[in-house]
Design a protein around this ligand. Sequence first.
Ligand code: ZN
Length: 584
Amino acid sequence: MVKFDDNLSNTKIADLHSHEEERVIQTMAPQLGFEYVNLRNITIDPEAVSAIPEQKAREAEIIGFALNRHTLSVAVKNPNNPKTQAVFQELQRQRYELTIFICSTRSLEHAWARYKDINESQAEKKGVFEISTEDINRLSKEIKSRENIMTILQSISKMSNTRRISETLELIFAGGLALGASDIHIEPEQNAVRLRYRFDGVLHDVADLDSYIYKRMMSRLKLLSGMILNSRAEAQDGRFTFNTGEREVEVRSSVIPGAVGESIVMRLLDPTVASFSMDKIKLNPYIRKVMEVQLKKPNGLIITTGPTGSGKTTALYAFLQEAHSEGVKIITLENPVEYKLDGIVQTQIGEDYTFASGLRAILRQDPDIIMVGEIRDKEVAETAIHAAQTGHLVFSTLHTNSAVAGFVRLIDLGVDPRIMGSSINIIIGQRLVRKLCEVCKAKYKATEEEVKLVKHIMSHHPHPVTVPEPTNLFKSVGCEACGGTGFKGRMGIFEGVVMDEKVEEVVIRDPREHIILESARPQGIPTMVEDGIEKVLEGTISISELGRVIELPYQEANVSLDSINIKTPTSKKAGDGDFLSHVV
Ligand SMILES: [Zn+2]
């Protein structure tokens, strides 16, 4: 005997009932002058659904289901219902053109269910754009080292998946801020996804992320940055900002496709890091005195040189700030503009606005001071020189290893050396070196070879410092305060060659680097190596760090490299590219 199933029977009756309703409405609709729609058989457009808030839709028994520009198709149970009519009027006030259909209760219920998905995806979207200010603030105070980040990451891994994504993102940004990172790198590799920070100019491994988090985080970061989500084959750039409560941090993000997956690099443009002043860049007193004179000149070319990441732009910004005063019009031409400077007109190069064409356009704006991001070719070089000769103070950079090499580069670019004397004011050379952490740095007795090297360099210094006997130097150790790296913060080492009669003469007659340097020695400005060695003797930096960023005169000092355990200057890392070139 078949058991009578009450539930089943009720469902069947309900089915019959709704079929009947569907049929009745289908017949009735044309008589009322409306079209009939069965929402269960069509695709419902979530944007059309979102046109009416859920509660209102349910109360007024209405649903939006198709949207074509301003034409919104709505389905209603009863077009004469006053509540429904009120919604019509409201939609019309919002400039929707309405096409009204009649549908069954079952259709409405089917369509109303769509609100759930929409609300969820909106919550997701909202989550993306909201990085919790409180969490970032709290975390960045809690984090003291890379180890802290690992520990917090482990506790996050025990959370539910949705929370894990936001918490991991917040941790990554808070950690970056706490450790003073300039860039955050997320790089998928064969077996893990690596999180690295660049701070003090060097990339440091921070933690490994799992691939579940990585994939979802990439989507969020791309959404945040305004990038296309589904494109995984092309490089994309974007930007977004988040708030820490105390300040707004701008993030410039760049995604590149890779063999294992997309990598993202996010540069943190933290306005508190980026304040530019002559005091901040800590020029040695000799070059500072020279610069103060140079910055008061009404015209001429001031060039800073150095490889990628040597702080050229930072120095130029500091010079611009110093030269800036009321009544002076300053226009910059940059690639791209990374920091806004008060009172200065900053422009950014683009497709039709190159360094050369931009510079010509700027000159028509009657500026007093111009900054051109970089001199890359003859055209820019000549335009800059022409501007310098026609009453403008012009700042720019060259990608060379030393100040003297700047003169040689300009000649290589095709600049006539005979016009350099009347247009160039000074060429500066610089590097950024990591300062030893004051908390953990360790004093040690310098080896014989180190002393030999230090003495050799000091013997050429225009204002030599006596090398004490025995010589004590400092080396890096690593502690909690410096995140275990042994370094905290960076400083510049500088050199400069002022254009004077002697320099002008050799630039025309015999422009070789060592000859130009020799002719400039009477100016009394130490070279970068000499400036750096002074800082080594002061205990601010280590000799090996100096050797990392600049070539020391081992051969001339008759010192073997191995005996001091100094790493030679590291070449630029592949893939770092220009994106990482600006280091504050
Ligand atoms: Zn330390």
